[in-house]
Design a protein around this ligand. Structure first.
Ligand code: SF4
Length: 247
C-alpha cells in the first residue's frame, strides 16, 4: 500500500467533487478491513451506515460507548445490528464510571467536562484508531466552527491516519431527506427536540430558535468532545541543502 499521505495528496482535490457513495467506495477499496465507520448514531451517522450497507455487504462500524448514553441510543444500536447485519464494535474507557468517580471525584462532567471527555471518548478513540489505517466520520462543515475547514478526505494529524468525511458538504435538510427517502432508522430523541445527542449528563433538548448544538454541554463554552479537532500536519522536513542555509 502507498504511503497514506501520498494517497491523500493525489485524491484530496478531486474528491471534493465526489458523491458520498463514491467516497465510501474509494475508502473500502483502498483500505479494506483497516477502515471503519465511527458513529454515535446521530442522523448523519445513520445516513453513512445505510449507504455503506448498500455498497458493501461487510463493513466495520465502531462506537465509543461512554456508558452514559441514552436508553434510546442503546435501543437504536440493537435496531442497527438487526437491520444491517453488522456487529457494532463497542469501545470503552479504561475506567468504569465507578472507577472514574473514585479516581477523579463524583460527577466529573459537572466540573471538568474536557477531562471527562478525554477519559471516556478521546483515549478510547485513540486506542481504536491505532488498529486502523483510515476512519470514516459523519461530520458536516456547517455543524461547528471547528469542522468548517474539514475536507472530504484528509490526513488526521491528531490521530495519525486518514480521515474520510463523505457528507462533509451536506446540510441537515439533505440528511433528513435521505433518511425519509430510504426509511433509515434513527434515534427517537430526534423527535423530542434533541438534534444532537451525546451522553445523558451533557445533552438536553433545544428550545425553539436555539442552535442545533445548544443542547450539548449546556452551561459550558465547550462545543466539541475532542474527536474532530483538526490539527495542522507537521511541516515537511527541509531538504538537506536548505537546512544548511543560515546554519
Ligand atoms: S459528554 Fe459529558 S459525560 Fe460524556 S464523556 Fe463528555 S463530559 Fe463526560
Amino acid at each position: 500500500m502507498k504511503d497514506p499521505q501520498v494517497q491523500i495528496a493525489e485524491v484530496q482535490h478531486p474528491a471534493e467533487n465526489w458523491t458520498p457513495q463514491r467516497t465510501l467506495t474509494w475508502a473500502f477499496e483502498t483500505f479494506g478491513s483497516t477502515v471503519a465507520i465511527s458513529s454515535a448514531f446521530g442522523a448523519e451517522g445513520m445516513v453513512l451506515i445505510d449507504m455503506a450497507s448498500r455498497l458493501h455487504k461487510k463493513f466495520r462500524l465502531f462506537t465509543i460507548d461512554t456508558e452514559f448514553l441514552f436508553p434510546e441510543t442503546y435501543n437504536l444500536m440493537d435496531r442497527i445490528e438487526a437491520k444491517y447485519g453488522v456487529a457494532i464494535e463497542k469501545v470503552y474507557s479504561m475506567l468504569s464510571p465507578e472507577e472514574q468517580d473514585r479516581t477523579h471525584g463524583p460527577a466529573l462532567w459537572t466540573r471538568d467536562p474536557d477531562r471527562c471527555c478525554n477519559l471516556r471518548k478521546v483515549e478510547p478513540l485513540r486506542r481504536k484508531l491505532s488498529e486502523l489505517n483510515a476512519w470514516i466520520a459523519s461530520i458536516r462543515r456547517d455543524q461547528t466552527s471547528a469542522r468548517s475547514a474539514a475536507h472530504r478526505i484528509e490526513w488526521d494529524a491528531k490521530f495519525g491516519l486518514v480521515k474520510v468525511n463523505p457528507i462533509v458538504d451536506w446540510n441537515a435538510k439533505q440528511v433528513w431527506r435521505y433518511i425519509h427517502d430510504h426509511d433509515v432508522p434513527y434515534n427517537q430523541l430526534h423527535n423530542q427536540d434533541y438534534p444532537s445527542i451525546g451522553c445523558t449528563h451533557c445533552t438536553r433538548a433545544v428550545r425553539p430558535g436555539e442552535d442545533p448544538r445548544a443542547g450539548r454541554w449546556p452551561g459550558f463554552a465547550k462545543t466539541e468532545c475532542g474527536l474532530h479537532i483538526i490539527e495542522p500536519a507537521p511541516a515537511p522536513a527541509a531538504p538537506a541543502s536548505a537546512a544548511k542555509v543560515g546554519s
